[in-house]
Ligand binder design. Structure first.
Ligand SMILES: [Zn+2]
Length: 232
């Protein structure tokens, strides 16, 4: 960074100090998005260290996954919830990228993830992405891609409907309903590939299951999942 750029950055930092997206305190110079204290304090799952963790079990019998990983436990009133809130509703795309970098660093210890061919973020419906201005899962995917050196592919998996109703329907009806939410624009590209599918939070797993089934139907070799958080 040139001296002028550095001085300008310092000046803006003084005028408009950034705050930690997890705890709200003012960031020190050199900190970005999340303060160092929160980086140590966040509720990490360490799911990447053992295969039969709760997020993996969620997909047992539903979706054949090579690997499943979520970085943080998502609980109400926690720093993890603050981060996801800032990412989804406050325009803090950098939070997604940072969480993606952190996920990528954890995945480096798992050779299976490094053998993935491409990354696909769970898509938003076009209208929702336009009103939000970005897809939060794409920003997480970009961070992971930077560490794992993999391409991020968008526009292939498409969300056709914005919302779907789940109430008063049988489990199969809900599943059918979810299946119609997504479609693939081209499928031949995915043949024999190992796709890493990215979402912000794993809750019921219904969205990832629907996306994953469509991807697997197109002749994938393997499907793995990574998310910023897992809701217990
Ligand atoms: Zn903090």
């Amino acid at each position: 960074m040139s001296l002028i750029k550095q001085l300008t950055a310092d000046f803006f930092h003084l005028l408009f100090p950034e705050c930690c997206n997890a705890c709200g305190t003012r960031l020190f110079y050199g900190e970005k998005c999340i303060c160092i204290r929160c980086l140590y304090d966040l509720p990490y799952t360490d799911f990447h260290l053992y295969p039969d963790h709760p997020a993996a079990k969620l997909f047992w019998g539903r979706l054949p996954c090579q690997e499943v990983m979520a970085l943080l436990y998502f609980k109400k009133g926690t720093k993890a919830q603050n981060l996801i809130h800032q990412l989804k509703y406050k325009g803090q795309i950098d939070v997604g990228f940072m969480l993606g970098l952190m996920i990528g660093e954890k995945l480096l210890s798992n050779p299976s993830y490094q053998k993935a061919d491409l990354i696909i973020p769970v898509p938003l419906h076009r209208k929702k992405e336009n009103s939000r201005g970005y897809n939060q899962s794409k920003s997480i995917a970009d961070g992971i891609a930077k560490i794992l050196q993999l391409p991020v592919v968008t526009g292939l998996l498409i969300r056709q409907t914005d919302t779907f109703t789940q109430t008063k329907k049988s489990r199969y009806s809900r599943f059918e309903n979810m299946q119609s939410v997504f479609k693939l624009s081209k499928s031949h590209i995915l043949k024999n590939q190992h796709v890493l599918l990215i979402d912000d939070v794993i809750t019921t797993g219904a969205t990832l299951e629907a996306c994953g089934k469509i991807l697997l139907d197109s002749g994938l070799n393997k499907l793995s999942i990574a998310a910023a958080a897992y809701a217990e």
